[in-house]
Design a binder for this molecule. Sequence first.
Ligand SMILES: [Zn+2]
Ligand SMILES: [Zn+2]
Length: 154
Amino acid sequence: MGAQHTDPGNALRMKGLKSTPARRLMLAAFSEEENRLYKPLEIYDIVRKAEPGISFSTVYRNLESLAEHGLIEKITLEGTARYKLLVESTHRHHMICLLCHKAEPLPYCPLKQMEETLKNKNSRHGFWPVEHRVEIYGYCQECRNSRPSGPANQ
Ligand SMILES: [Zn+2]
Ligand SMILES: [Zn+2]
């Protein structure tokens, strides 16, 4: 979908990470469906097909390190951690579908204005914001169309 699919090995080296077969496999899987939220176990199953000896904890550690280096991002869905490709290095928010688990980026940041208000020196809060995280959970158009009488269409 129009996004640049750079070579996983290059992407890893650009972030200062060693390009290992497992990491390349993981990044390739994430790139294949860039809006999909993967469970750690799903990634483990994908990597294990090509690297049968790999352990779940190794895959999990690699997920954490890819996320730390800004190649993928960690998003909580139904109380558990999921991972998806980080499409841009700029900060983003997502609309996450509770049925099909796709995450569409919001086209803008809804909290920029609020941060500016807090930073205003006349603000009585005296608080300096540096980061925020917002994800919006709901039902995507496709899922709403396929369930016309569901709770999402009242
Ligand atoms: Zn959906
Ligand atoms: Zn924001």
